[in-house]
Design a protein around this ligand. Structure first.
Ligand code: ATP
Ligand code: MG
Length: 583
C-alpha cells in the first residue's frame, strides 16, 4: 500500500507497543500538539472534520484508495474512493449552502445506513453546519423531541421514513426544508408538497466546494445520549474532536492504512460517527458499512467475504452472537481478523473468553461515552487484556476515581469515575441545558456518572452507573459483577440486575434473566442459578430474587435499561422511553 504519511510521523514512534513500559513512556512524552501536526489546517487557519477525514487524503495523493465498501440490506454493493467521497460531500455542501445553511445551523439526518447518509453528513460539516444523525428505527416522538430541541432547519430523510414521521412535522416550526433521498429508487412515488429531491439537487450542484473556514472550536456534531439513565441529552461536539478520534483509531483500535475495518454501530449513536466515520477515515482505512441488522450468519459471512481485519462492536451484539451458538460460523474462515474491540456497556469476562475460543483472540474492551466524544480508556493490542477491565487511559488523558466529596482515592477503591477536563474530543455543552452541563464539573474534574475502581497497574474496572449501584446491607454492589456471574451459567443468555427496596437490608439484589434457546424457566433452574451465583459471588452480593423474562428492556443502541426493570418491578412511572427498543 502506497499510503503512508502517518507511519513516518513522530506520533507513530510513540506507538503503544509492546507493553506497559512503552505505554508509560508514551504517557510521559505525549503531547496533543504532536497529533495536531499529523493533521492539516485549512488554508484560512481553521480545522474541519470533513477535511481531515476525506479531503486530506485526496490532497496527499491518496484519493484513489477505497474509503467505503457498502453492502445494502437487499444485497446491493457499492464502493467509493476517497476522491468520490470528496466529490459527493462537496456537492452536498453546495446543496445545503444554496438552501441557505449558515455556520452553526443544525441539519438532522434520519436515514438507514446508506452511502448518501455519509455524503450528506460530511457535506453539512464542510458547509459549516452542525449535523445531528438520528437512528432510523426511531418512531415519530423521539424524532420530534430532537428536531424541536435542536431547532434543526433542514431534515434529510427517505420516502418511507418521512411517511413514518409525517404527523409530527407540523410540530417542528424551525424546519424549513426536507430533502428526500430515494436510494436506488426504492420507493418510486412522487415527492410530496415542498419536499426536495436529493438526486435532483445533487446533479444540479457544482462538484467542488471551498470548505467553510471553521475554527477547531466551532460546533460540528450533536448527538443525543442513549437515554439509559434518563431523558437523552444533546451533547454538542467541536471540530477539534477529530484530533482524538484520529489518535484513538490508531492507538486504541490499531488502524493502519490498508486495513479493512468494520464498526457495527449506527451513526445515530456516537460510536457510529466517531468510529463509523471519523476515526477510520482520518486514518485512511477502508471501511465496510452494512445496512442490515444483526444476524449471526450474515455477520460472519461479511467478515470473511470482505476480509475484515478490525472489528468494533458492542457487548449486546457479542451476547447475541454467543447465544446463537457455533452453528452460524460453520465453514467460515476468520483468519483475516486481527483486532476486535467492544464498547457501550461493560464487556462481561465471558465475552472475552468466548472471543478467544471462536476467533483466536480476546475482545478488547474500551470505555467512553457520548460526552467524551472518543475513546478515553482501552485495552490496547500491545498489552495484556484483563477480562472485565476497560483498560488504561489513553496517553494525554487523566482519569481518576473520586470519593463522594470529589477527592481522589487510591488504587482498588471504588468511587466516581472522573476525567480531567480539556481532552480534545470533550463535549462542549448539552444543547439548551447549560445547567446540567455545568453540574457535571466538580473540583476540576468532569464527573462521568459511572462508578469504577483503578487497580495498582492503572487498569480501570467498571462498577456500574452511579444510578444503578445497589446498596445492600451496607455493601455497594455493581449490577455488572452480578450479571457477569450469571451469564457464566450455560443456560443464561442475558441478565439485568437491580436493587429492590427492602426494609432491613435497604436494598436486595434482584436479577432478571433471559435464557438461551433450549432451556426452560423452571423453579429448579431458578434454584440452581441462585446456588451458582452464591458460589461465584459472596452471599451478600448474590441475587436474592431471580425472575425469568423472555428479553430485557434495552435502548435502541443495545444497552440494558435497568431503570425500566426497576420501575416495572416497583410499579413506578417508566420515565422517558423514547430510546426503548421495541420487540
Ligand atoms: P444516558 O446518558 O442518556 O443515560 P448512556 O450513558 O447509555 O445514556 P452513551 O453516552 O451512549 O449514553 O453511553 C455511555 C455509557 O455507556 C457510559 O457512561 C457507561 O455507563 C457505558 N459504557 C460505555 N462503554 C463501556 C464499557 N466499556 N464498560 C462499561 N460501561 C460502558
Ligand atoms: Mg450517559
Amino acid at each position: 500500500m502506497q499510503y503512508d504519511p502517518i507511519e513516518k510521523s513522530a506520533v507513530s514512534k510513540l506507538k503503544v507497543k509492546p507493553g506497559l513500559a512503552d505505554y508509560e513512556r508514551a504517557r510521559k512524552s505525549f503531547s496533543w500538539w504532536d497529533v495536531y501536526r499529523e493533521l492539516d489546517w485549512l488554508p484560512g487557519g481553521g480545522l474541519n472534520k470533513a477535511y481531515e477525514a476525506i479531503d486530506r487524503h485526496v490532497a496527499h495523493g491518496n484519493g484513489s484508495r477505497v474509503a467505503m465498501i457498502w453492502e445494502g440490506k437487499n444485497g446491493e454493493q457499492e464502493q467509493y474512493t476517497y476522491t468520490q467521497l470528496k466529490e459527493r460531500s462537496d456537492r452536498f455542501a453546495n446543496v445545503v449552502t444554496k438552501l441557505g445553511l449558515k455556520k452553526g445551523d443544525r441539519v438532522f439526518i434520519f436515514l438507514d445506513r446508506v452511502p448518501e447518509l455519509y455524503f450528506a453528513f460530511f457535506g453539512v460539516l464542510k458547509a459549516g453546519g452542525i449535523v445531528g444523525p438520528l437512528f432510523s428505527a426511531f418512531g415519530p416522538d423521539p424524532v420530534r423531541d430532537r428536531l424541536v430541541d435542536s431547532g434543526a432547519t433542514i431534515l434529510i430523510t427517505s420516502p418511507d421514513l418521512k411517511r413514518k414521521i409525517t404527523r409530527i412535522l407540523p410540530d417542528c416550526p424551525d424546519l424549513q426544508h426536507i430533502v428526500i433521498i430515494n436510494k436506488g429508487n426504492r420507493d418510486p412515488k412522487p415527492l410530496e408538497g415542498n419536499d426536495l429531491s436529493y438526486e435532483k439537487l445533487m446533479s444540479a450542484a457544482a462538484a467542488d466546494f471551498k470548505i467553510v473556514n471553521t475554527s477547531q472550536y466551532d460546533y460540528s456534531i450533536m448527538h443525543y445520549t442513549s437515554g439509559t439513565t434518563g431523558k437523552p441529552k444533546g451533547a454538542v461536539h467541536r471540530h477539534q474532536a477529530v484530533v482524538q478520534q484520529y489518535l484513538t483509531g490508531k492507538w486504541a483500535l490499531d488502524m493502519h492504512p490498508g486495513d479493512i475495518y468494520w464498526c457495527t454501530a449506527d451513526p445515530g449513536w456516537v460510536t457510529g460517527t466517531s468510529y463509523g466515520m471519523l476515526a477510520p477515515w482520518t486514518n485512511g482505512v477502508t471501511q465496510l458499512i452494512y445496512e442490515g441488522g444483526l444476524s449471526a450468519r450474515k455477520w460472519y459471512q461479511l467478515i470473511e467475504k470482505h476480509q475484515v481485519n478490525i472489528w468494533y462492536t458492542a457487548p449486546t451484539a457479542i451476547r447475541m452472537l454467543m447465544r446463537a451458538g457455533d452453528e452460524p460460523m460453520k465453514g467460515i474462515n476468520f483468519s483475516s481478523l486481527r483486532f476486535i474491540a467492544s464498547v457501550g456497556e461493560p464487556l462481561n469476562p465471558e465475552g472475552v473468553i468466548w472471543g478467544k475460543r471462536v476467533f483466536g483472540m480476546g475482545i478488547h474492551d474500551n470505555w467512553w461515552q457520548t460526552e467524551t466524544g472518543a475513546i478515553m480508556c482501552a485495552n490496547y493490542q500491545s498489552m495484556e487484556i484483563r477480562p472485565g477491565s476497560m483498560g488504561r487511559p489513553l496517553p494525554g488523558i487523566e482519569m481518576g476515581i473520586l470519593d463522594d466529596k470529589y477527592n481522589p482515592v487510591g488504587p482498588d477503591i471504588r468511587g466516581l469515575l472522573a476525567v480531567r477536563p480539556g481532552w480534545p474530543s470533550q463535549f462542549h455543552n448539552y444543547w439548551r441545558n447549560a445547567d446540567m452541563y455545568n453540574s457535571r464539573f466538580k473540583k476540576g474534574w468532569y464527573i462521568t456518572g459511572d462508578r469504577a475502581a483503578m487497580d495498582k497497574d492503572g487498569y480501570f474496572w467498571f462498577e456500574g452507573r452511579a444510578d444503578d449501584v445497589i446498596n445492600t446491607a451496607g455493601h455497594l454492589v455493581g449490577p455488572f459483577e452480578v450479571e457477569s456471574a450469571l451469564i457464566e451459567h450455560p443456560a443464561v443468555a442475558e441478565a439485568g440486575v437491580i436493587g429492590k427496596p427492602d426494609p432491613i437490608a435497604m436494598e436486595v439484589v434482584k436479577a432478571f434473566v433471559s435464557l438461551k434457546p433450549g432451556h426452560e424457566p423452571t423453579p429448579e433452574l431458578r434454584a440452581e442459578l441462585m446456588r451458582f451465583a452464591r458460589q461465584k459471588l459472596s452471599s451478600a452480593v448474590a441475587p436474592r430474587e431471580i425472575d425469568f423474562v423472555p428479553s430485557l428492556p434495552k435502548t435502541r443502541s443495545g444497552k440494558i435499561m435497568r431503570r425500566l426493570l426497576k420501575a416495572r418491578e416497583l410499579g413506578l412511572p417508566e420515565g422517558d422511553t423514547s430510546t426503548l427498543e421495541e420487540d
